[in-house]
Design a binder for this molecule. Sequence first.
Ligand code: ADP
Length: 165
Amino acid sequence: MKRIALFPGSFDPLTMGHLDTIERGAKLFDELIIGVFVNTTKKSFFTPEEKLTIVKESVQHIPNVRVMTQKNELTVDVAEELGAKFLLRGIRSIKDYEYEKEIALMNQHLDHELETVFLLAQPKYSHISSSILKEVWTFNGDIKEYLPEPVYRALEEKRENSEKQ
Ligand code: ADP
């Protein structure tokens, strides 16, 4: 049986921290599916369609990774439909651990068969989040090294378009 994992997240936008988790996670499973999902508690910067395109471009060098999106379904239901028996998540800090524990235990309640696998963020990425990078970008700070190339390009295009308006 193929070992399939789902990495759900809002990826708004994808960072080098996410990409590192994806590259390491892809080595653990036969197939890793990235679920670009809507987090109802966060206001989105990129549309789901934009995120899908950007994430696809950023992971095209990893053969066993694919990307999907959906809007209105529970992660556990999506995992079941995809045949994924594992969820992949990243942990940067104690704060993430507390948050991730709640989600993982709730998902375990909803589906006993589904295991959440956590990868610790590398120290060089453990201080970055999509929100802090967006904040710094808004004020023109240099964050290039923390963003995959397609993400950086999309952000620059956004800036150019907003300057034209
Ligand atoms: P969500 O809104 O579902 O938390 P995120 O896109 O913010 O989605 O994060 C998706 C997953 O990636 C989470 O498990 C988060 O802890 C992890 N993550 C976020 N930033 C990093 C990083 N810099 N390094 C490693 N993992 C990260």
